[in-house]
Design a protein around this ligand. Structure first.
Ligand code: F6P
Length: 373
């Protein structure tokens, strides 16, 4: 009996998702005679049984298209907004899976998606995941779908910002995505020739940043580019955030959890305001004008890079081979040039941040980039 595959995309969109959907769909039908049903808007599509048949017509011409033809959402199966309530809709998802006589559910997503997919695995569904996020912060895989494209977009943006910084003798502060990991800011900062790179893994001291900029002034360079990862924090805030995270882990009662969550949310909101405030402080400390550009969702837009198309196709074709072998409960992970299955237990709940001894850190320091510490 030909197998039936369900597939969904969840979490932030990224370039390369459609390339991965195409790879799963094409090989499933062409090589294994399987049928593929797409579910709309992440896990919500399973709750509401909103589907699209992924046949040859649906898959044609999507390799180069950004975003996801299925749509996506950040809705969690066990905490699904339903009208004015938030309900556990896991049973409805299991019900849809059974109604469609699915053999496996393929989930394309980042950290949050992997946690949700693992919960469904524990409920008895066959699951395979593909690592997707521009943040590259999923454990056990060398890279994730979308990271390379976002790296290129952020690098090109920094290239362009050199012109105005140089012409106006200004500091330009560039806000880079990456959630709580510094891969994008570090990679694009080095590739784009930033002079300072601030990442979450290295809490910074703004005085050290100002010193680096003044040092450049003394050597005749009247402009500086500062790449700031959205999760980067000054030392004092990093300590406060760490304390709040530890308190959250220790929190027992609903009251305590609510209090700590409010504290963390407040710290998070400050981060966005902080980039503007950070830029103002740099003006005061250096005497140079400073301007801010937050790259935001530009980094998730448009056609995937060749590397992301290759990665997405490799992951997708490996996925269908694993389905044929009935090797479930795994993520397709890039390890060197190869794609291997990694047990979901080894991935879920772990974030891959930049190790302080990573070659990119060493490279940045060697080429004279300040990391703010
Ligand atoms: O996880 C990808 C990502 O782009 C992060 O870098 C960013 O912090 C987040 O998604 C933004 O989420 P949203 O698109 O829901 O605002």
């Amino acid at each position: 009996m030909a197998k039936s595959i369900g597939i969904l995309t969840a979490g932030g969109d990224s370039p390369g998702l459609n390339a991965a959907i195409r790879a799963v769909g094409k090989t499933a039908t062409d090589s294994f005679g399987m049928q593929v049903i797409g579910f709309r808007d992440g896990f919500r599509g399973l709750v509401e049984n909103r589907t699209v048949r992924l046949d040859e017509t649906a898959l044609s011409g999507i390799l180069t298209v950004g975003g996801t033809l299925l749509g996506t959402s950040r809705d969690k199966p066990h905490r699904m907004p339903m009208g004015d309530k938030v309900l556990d809709m896991t049973d409805a998802i299991v019900d849809t899976y059974q109604k469609h006589h699915l053999d496996v559910l393929v989930c394309l997503g980042g950290g949050g998606t992997h946690k949700n997919a693992f919960r469904l695995l524990q409920k008895g569904l066959n699951i395979i995941t593909l690592p997707k996020t521009i943040d590259n912060d999923l454990a056990m895989t060398d890279s994730t779908i979308g990271f390379d494209t976002a790296l290129g977009i952020a690098t090109e943006a920094i290239d362009r910002l050199h012109s105005t910084a140089h012409s106006h003798h200004r500091i330009v502060v560039v806000g880079v995505m990456g959630h709580n990991a510094g891969w994008l800011a570090l990679g694009a900062g080095i590739a784009g020739g930033a002079n300072v790179i601030l990442i979450p893994e290295i809490p910074y001291d703004i005085k050290k940043v100002a010193d680096a900029i003044r040092q450049r002034l003394r050597s005749g360079k009247s402009f500086s580019i500062v790449a700031v990862a959205e999760g980067a924090l000054p030392k004092e805030e990093a300590r406060a955030t760490q304390a709040a995270v530890e308190a959250k882990e220790k929190a027992k009662t609903k009251e305590e959890k609510k209090k700590v969550k409010a504290q963390l949310d407040k710290l998070k909101t400050q981060q966005t305001d902080n980039t503007l405030n950070f830029s103002k402080q740099l003006e005061n400390l250096t005497g140079l004008e400073s301007r801010v550009t937050i790259l935001g969702h530009l980094q998730r837009g448009g056609t995937p890079s060749a590397i992301d198309r290759l990665l997405a196709t490799q992951l997708g074709t490996t996925c269908t081979a694993l389905i044929d072998e009935e090797n479930y409960g795994v993520m397709t992970a890039l390890r060197g040039k190869h794609v291997e299955p990694v047990r979901l237990e080894e991935v879920v709940g772990k974030r891959k941040t930049v190790p302080l001894d990573h070659p990119w850190i060493e490279t940045a320091l060697k080429v004279g980039i300040s990391l703010g510490n």
